[in-house]
Each structure stands twice: as structure tokens, then as C-alpha cells.
Design a protein around this ligand. Sequence first.
Ligand SMILES: Cc1cc2nc3c(=O)[nH]c(=O)nc-3n(C[C@H](O)[C@H](O)[C@H](O)COP(=O)(O)OP(=O)(O)OC[C@H]3O[C@@H](n4cnc5c(N)ncnc54)[C@H](O)[C@@H]3O)c2cc1C
Length: 463
Amino acid sequence: MKQNLLKELQLIVGKENVLSSREDLVCYSYDAAPLLVHSLPYGVVLPSSTEEVVNLLRLAKASGIKVVPRGAGTNLSGGTIPIKGGIIIQLTRMSHILEIDSDNLTATVEPGVITSTLQSAVEQVGLFYPPDPASANVSTLGGNVAECAGGLRGLKYGTTKDYVIGLETVLPSGEVMVTGGKTIKNRAGYDLTKLMVGSEGTLGIFTKITLRLLPLPETKRTLLIMYPNFQYAAESVSDIIAHRILPATLEFLDGVTINCVEAYTHIGLPQNAQAILLIEVDGSSWDTEWEAKKVAEICSRHQPLEAKLALTPSESTSLTLARRSALASLARVRPTTILEDVTVPPSKLMEIMSKINQIAKTHNIQVGIFGHAGDGNLHPTFLTDGRDEEEMKRVEAAITEVFEVTLKLGGTISGEHGIGLTKARFLPSQVKPSGLKVMKAIKEGFDPQNILNPGKIFTEYSP
Ligand SMILES: Cc1cc2nc3c(=O)[nH]c(=O)nc-3n(C[C@H](O)[C@H](O)[C@H](O)COP(=O)(O)OP(=O)(O)OC[C@H]3O[C@@H](n4cnc5c(N)ncnc54)[C@H](O)[C@@H]3O)c2cc1C
């Protein structure tokens, strides 16, 4: 069966675009999620066109073989692990920017385009694609759309869902569905484009994506403010918002993360800092100068240890390094890094921070917390060792408690990383039976044979 299948796959995409050696399959058995479960696919196929994706899904439908779409594999929820075997459709060969339409402020791309490649390409013609996941240098736009990626500019500019206005999607039946287009307004029936954003590869495979662009802000200013405790940082965040200033970026690192970043990058962060805010304001030169000064003045009222203002683009890049290297720095500490993604209303930031630290202390687990202070999206990062069963039980208990507290505060168990495998068993506690029933009906409507990315989002499987 396997040999026949491989031959049929080769007929569709060419022999050189089907991987089936054990070494290759192992590389596709996991993704960036720190799961202790890996699973081999039967094969990996790399199509180069919509037509090839159509033929692959027709074959999957006829043979009942499962299919997992994959971009760069950087998702943090186990979304590309082929837990039911089947084939991986790797979309990185479909990596062309098809059009940058300056008249209509849109870009149309294939799904395998790297996020930062599009960002740079549109900036060259004075345009701006705001979604900015910290993984932008490696993640693909197809993966961003399927996860509804957020990132560092969410407070002012929103997330991927705010920019996707048109999609070409190959459905599990092999049919091609085109939704939306280049128009900003579109009210023709249910908004299927928005439904597909965040569908985590369970409803269809994107083969073309049309994104809304903005004019590139004339300039930006970057500030890094260091505090002796988290409370002063949280007060600064509230004060900035209370002054009706919406920075493009308003990120934070806690004391544990600061120590790890300094140990890794040696960029000179003060040893006694227990919180750092990375703030970026952008817009016209005049507005930006005014906002940067105002933000610095507001932060100075909350007893910072030190404030740095970048004067050049390269200084700005070095200040943002502290935030961009947070996850990598924490990941060096222990063998298994479990990054969470809870989000609360921004006014509850201080409360959730102290609750998470309390929970970690109770269960005797090391945790570093960083995230997007402006939009209430935190990444508590548990530093653990997956080989230690007893410790993993404590981690599991701590994460469950963190989700419970988050929901009590009116938050969500995922702000941007999705449900995938890791959070499938927690989804019912947030969306309740009525929500779950509608979600499952949508999945069944699109994919009655459960071909696409089975076991994700819903608890058919719990790692
Ligand atoms: C260091 C690091 C930093 C990160 N920072 C952020 C951050 O700031 N914000 C954030 O939101 N996320 C972040 N992430 C998570 C991750 O980068 C994002 O989820 C990203 O969108 C995944 O893109 P990808 O190309 O790697 O997709 P993959 O991991 O390959 O796939 C993700 C999901 O999309 C599906 N998929 C992929 N391509 C398609 C397609 N063409 N059609 C349909 N479904 C498809 C897959 O089946 C899977 O369910 C980070 C990850 C890392 C490792």
C-alpha cells in the first residue's frame, strides 16, 4: 500500500518532490512545540502549484489517507505533528510573491512566502505589513494565516486576521474555494475568509493569500525601560494607555527572563532589573517624537532604574534584541521549554502575573514570563525536564491552574499560538458545549472524512 501510494504521489509532484527516507520522515515527526510525542508520516510531498495540491487532496480523499499541511513547522501547539500518520504537504516550494498592488494596497502571495520576506518587499515600495510574530524570519504566511499569528505589533495594528482579505483554499474534497478578494468591504454571505483564518490546517489548504497593506509609517522610535519590580512596569503600561497613546509595540520581560537574556546575549541589562518594557512608537516624524517624549516622561514617573532611547535604526535593532531573544534565552536553561500563551484583558496583567508566579512557587517549578503587555498576552515559559515524570506531573497541574485562573479573569487559553494538540483537552472549558458543537459541525461540514490534520483542536487525541 505504502509503495503504491508513494508512486501515486510521485506522479503528481515529481519523484524529487516526495521524501520517504527514514531520516527525512523523522524531521517531519515534530515541530516547535515541546511535546514528548513524535509521529512519523508515510511520506512528505512538496507541491509547487494549486493544481498539484488539488490532485494530492483528490488522491487523499479516494484513498482515505490523512493529510497534514505544513509551512516552516514553527508552531508551538503541535499543529503539524502527523499523529495519525498520513502525508505531510509541505508548502515551502510555493513561495512566490505574486503581486504587490500599490493602487489597492494589497499583496497576493503563495503560502510558502516567509513573513519577513513580504515585510521587506512591501517596505521597499513604502508599504507596511504589520503582523510581526517573533518568528517572522522563518515562519510562512500560510502558517501565519492558519494560526492567526499575532506578534509584537498587536496592540496598535491587530493580528493576521485583520489583514487577510482574500484566500484561495483547496478543500478536503479537492475543490478550490475562492473567498474575499481585494476589496476592503465584502458582505456576500458568511465571512468564510475569516473562518479560515486560525483554522489550523483542519478545514482546507491555502494556496493563495491576499493581504491588506498600510502605508509605511514615516519613522519609529524605540525605548527600553528597566524597573526594579514588575508592578512599576505594569503601572507604566496602564498610564501610557490612560494617556491615550497606543504604541506599536509594548512588550515586557520579567526578572527571570531578563537574567536568561543577559546570560545569553551580554547586552548589558542591569542585574537588579526585575521587569523591562520594550516600547516602540511609530507614525509621522512629528507625532513619533512627541509620543516618544511623552512615553519616556510617563515611564519616568514609575521609578525606573534606567531608560534607553534608540537614536539610530541599528540601536533600535539592538534594543529589540532583548525581547526577540527571550524564548531562545529561556530555552537554554533546562532541557524542556514549555511556552504558554494565555491572554487576559490588559487591565488584569498585574493580577495574572502574580497568580502565575504563585502557582509556579506552589508546584516548585521555574517559570520565566514575557509577552505583549499592551494586549494582555503573556508567555509564561516553564523551564523543565521532560524526562522527569514527577516534575512533568507538577508542570501539568500548574498549567491547568494557569488556564483556570486565566478564564476566571475573563481571558483566553490561547492568544496567538492556537489549540493544536497541546490545548485540545482544555478547549471545552473555554468554549462550552454549545461552542464546541458548532465548531465540530463546521469541521464535519468541510471535512466529513476527517482527512485534514486529524486530532488537532478537538480531543480525539491527548498527548
Ligand atoms: C521562536 C518563536 C517565536 C514565535 N513567536 C510568535 C509570535 O510572536 N506570535 C505568534 O503568533 N506566533 C509565534 N510563534 C509561533 C509560530 O511561529 C506561528 O504560529 C507561525 O504562524 C507558524 O508558521 P509556520 O509557517 O511555521 O507554520 P507551521 O508550524 O508549519 O504550521 C502551523 C499550522 O498551520 C497549518 N498550515 C501551514 N501552512 C498551511 C497552509 N498553506 N494552509 C493551511 N494550513 C496550513 C499547519 O497544518 C499547522 O496547523 C513563534 C514560534 C517560535 C518558534
